[in-house]
Design a protein around this ligand. Structure first.
Ligand code: GRF
Length: 197
């Protein structure tokens, strides 16, 4: 049995896609062993609880308030998930950059980004792609899954990518929906590939 830890900060639609894939046998012999959220109000926590998956809530704020360094937060996070003995960390909308204080313990970390490699890193990637399309600078966008071996933002060795078309009739909302749909499929495929399923 391969065991995943999924890190979320919000809606958790990618987490849901992964949970569904494990339940439906599209990720055979794989389970989500633990979900980590840095935000208490993340809807993904409810998705995890509904699936019977343990949740760790690990907020950064108390560390900031106590003047503790980010490395301490990350080292504690590594320790909190150690008992779950996971094979792979899956970042699914996790809004923190993991430092080496975490990554040295977990060399296999996957991240998904709603844009193609080397385009629109960071937040609001879909919105920025949409604006670039309006200005005539791009004709399509995409999604990618990459390994996160270091502290780079939305870059690292590519696992897979997929082009997502943008149509003249699109609104930001229709484009977002098409990108998220592509993400949900690509992430499951990428996890299967990395786990050698
Ligand atoms: C996704 O678009 C992902 O690519 C980005 O954050 C979003 C998370 O969405 N890193 P969700 O929480 O999985 O619905």
């Amino acid at each position: 049995m391969k065991r995943l830890a999924v890190f979320i900060s919000g809606n958790g639609s990618n987490l849901q896609a992964i949970l569904d894939a494990t339940a439906e046998g599209r990720l055979p012999d794989t389970s989500v062993a633990v979900v980590v959220s840095n935000r208490k109000e993340a809807y993904g926590i409810q998705r995890a609880e509904q699936a019977g998956v343990p949740v760790i809530y690990h907020p950064l704020r108390p560390y900031r308030q106590a003047g503790k360094p980010r490395e301490q937060y990350d080292a504690d996070l590594a320790e909190l998930i150690a008992p779950f003995e996971v094979d792979l960390i899956v970042l699914a909308g996790w809004m923190h950059i993991l430092s080496m204080a975490f990554l040295r313990h977990y060399p296999r970390v996957l991240n998904i980004h709603p844009a193609l490699p080397d385009t629109f890193p960071g937040t609001h990637a879909i919105e920025r792609a949409w604006e670039a399309f309006q200005r005539g600078e791009i004709e399509h966008t995409g999604v990618m899954v990459h390994l996160a071996p270091d502290e780079g933002v939305d870059n690292g060795p590519l696992v897979c990518q997929e082009i997502v078309p943008i149509y003249a009739s699109d609104t930001l909302e229709t484009l977002e929906a098409r990108i998220h749909e592509a993400e949900h499929e690509l992430y499951v495929r990428a996890i299967a590939q990395v786990l050698g399923l």
